[in-house]
Design a protein around this ligand. Structure first.
Ligand code: PBG
Length: 327
C-alpha cells in the first residue's frame, strides 16, 4: 500500500477549517475580472426593470451615468454597452447603427467623459437595429455574410470614433474580425481593441436579453450563424481564427452550460479569454432564489468561481455589482 492512499492520505485534512481551505484554494475571483453589461435607452430620467431579469434595468443616458459611477466606485474596470433602439429607427441596413449621434455613440462619449479610465466596450451587432431582429442584413430569408461583416466593420469604426476602448462583435459572421481590424487600422484606430464573441452558441439562454432589447428575431432562428450546442470542435476553430484575424480577447458564450468549451478554448489561444454569463443564466438563479429554492448569493458565487476554474480570465455578468460587493 502506498502512503499516498488511505489511511495515510486523508484529503479532508485540507478541508478542516476556513484557513486551511483558503490556503489551498486554487482559483480566485477578483473585482477586476468583471465586465458589466449595460442597457441604454432613449429619453431622460427613466430606469425600467427588465421583466425577465429581476433587479436589472434599462437606463436612459442621464441615469446610466450614475450607474456607471457606482460601478467604477466598486472597483469594476469595465462595462459592455447595448442600445435599445425604437422600432421606427430599425431597418434592414442598420442605418441607425452608423449614426454618429446614435444612442450607442452618445453613451460612449458621455461615459468616457465622466469616467475616462473605465474600459468601455460596445456590442457590435445588427440585431437591436434590424427590423428583422437578426445580426445581419437579410435577403430572401438568408442572412448575408460579407455585406453584414462590412457593415459591422463600419459600426466598429463609428464606436471607435465615439471613444470606445474595445468593440465587441457578437454577430458570428465569418471573417468579421479581419474586416473590422482592417477598417480600424485604416481609420487610425490602432489602439482600439476587439473582444470577439468567437464561440457563440445558438442558445435559448438569450431569451431575457432579447426582452431587454426587444430584439427577438422576426422570423426563423440564429442557427445559420450561431453555433450548434452539440459541437465543440468548431468553437476551437472559431477561436483560433479570430485570434489570427486580430482579436485581442476571445469570448465564449453562454457560460455555465459551456464550461468544457471555455476550458478547451483557453487551452487553444494565447490571448485572454472571457466568458459571458448570459441573461438566462442570471434569470434562472434569480427565479429559483425568488421561490426560495436556491440561496442566490451562494449560487451566484459558485457559478462565478466555476468560470475561473474552467479558465476564464474575464467574466461578463449581470451579477458583477452584487459579487463585487461580496468580494
Ligand atoms: C446579440 C446579442 C445577444 C446577446 C448579446 N449580444 C443575443 C442574441 O444573439 O440573440 C445575449 C446576451 C445575454 O443573453 O445576456 N448580438
Amino acid at each position: 500500500m502506498s502512503h499516498s492512499q488511505f489511511p495515510y492520505s486523508r484529503p479532508r485534512r485540507l478541508r478542516a477549517n476556513g484557513n486551511i481551505r483558503r490556503m489551498v484554494e486554487e482559483n480566485h475571483l477578483s473585482v477586476s475580472d468583471f465586465i458589466v453589461p449595460l442597457f441604454v435607452m432613449e429619453g431622460t430620467g427613466k430606469k425600467e426593470e427588465i421583466a425577465s431579469m429581476p433587479d436589472y434595468y434599462r437606463f436612459t443616458l442621464d441615469l446610466l451615468i450614475d450607474e456607471v459611477r457606482e460601478i467604477e466606485d466598486l472597483g469594476i474596470p469595465s462595462v459592455l454597452l447595448f442600445a435599445k433602439v425604437p422600432d421606427e429607427k430599425k431597418d434592414n441596413e442598420g442605418t441607425e447603427a452608423l449614426n454618429a449621434d446614435g444612442l450607442m455613440q452618445k453613451a460612449v462619449r458621455a461615459i468616457k467623459k465622466e469616467c475616462p479610465e473605465l474600459v468601455v466596450m460596445t456590442d457590435v451587432a445588427m440585431d437591436p437595429y434590424s427590423s428583422f431582429g437578426h445580426d445581419g442584413i437579410v435577403e430572401g430569408g438568408q442572412i448575408l455574410n460579407d455585406e453584414s461583416a462590412d457593415l459591422l466593420a463600419k459600426m466598429a469604426v463609428s464606436h471607435a470614433e465615439a471613444g470606445a476602448d474595445f468593440v465587441a462583435p457578437s454577430d458570428m459572421m465569418d471573417g468579421r474580425i479581419l474586416m473590422m481590424r482592417d477598417a480600424l487600422e485604416e481609420m487610425g484606430f490602432v489602439n482600439t481593441g476587439i473582444m470577439a464573441y468567437s464561440a457563440k452558441y445558438a442558445s435559448s439562454y438569450y431569451g431575457p436579453f432579447r426582452d431587454a432589447l426587444d430584439s427577438t428575431p422576426g422570423f426563423g432562428d440564429k442557427k445559420t450563424y450561431q453555433m450548434n450546442p452539440a459541437n465543440s470542435l468548431e468553437a476551437i476553430k472559431e477561436a483560433i481564427s479570430d485570434e489570427q484575424e486580430g482579436a485581442d480577447i476571445i469570448m465564449v458564450k453562454p457560460g455555465i452550460p459551456y464550461l468544457d468549451v471555455l476550458r478547451a478554448v483557453k487551452e487553444s489561444v494565447h490571448v485572454p479569454v472571457s466568458v459571458y454569463n448570459v441573461s438566462g443564466e442570471y434569470s434562472m438563479i434569480k427565479a429559483a432564489a425568488e421561490k426560495g429554492w436556491l440561496n442566490e448569493e451562494h449560487a451566484m458565487m459558485e457559478a462565478l468561481i466555476a468560470f475561473k476554474r474552467a479558465g476564464a480570465d474575464l467574466i461578463a455578468t449581470y451579477f458583477a455589482k452584487d459579487a463585487a460587493r461580496l468580494l
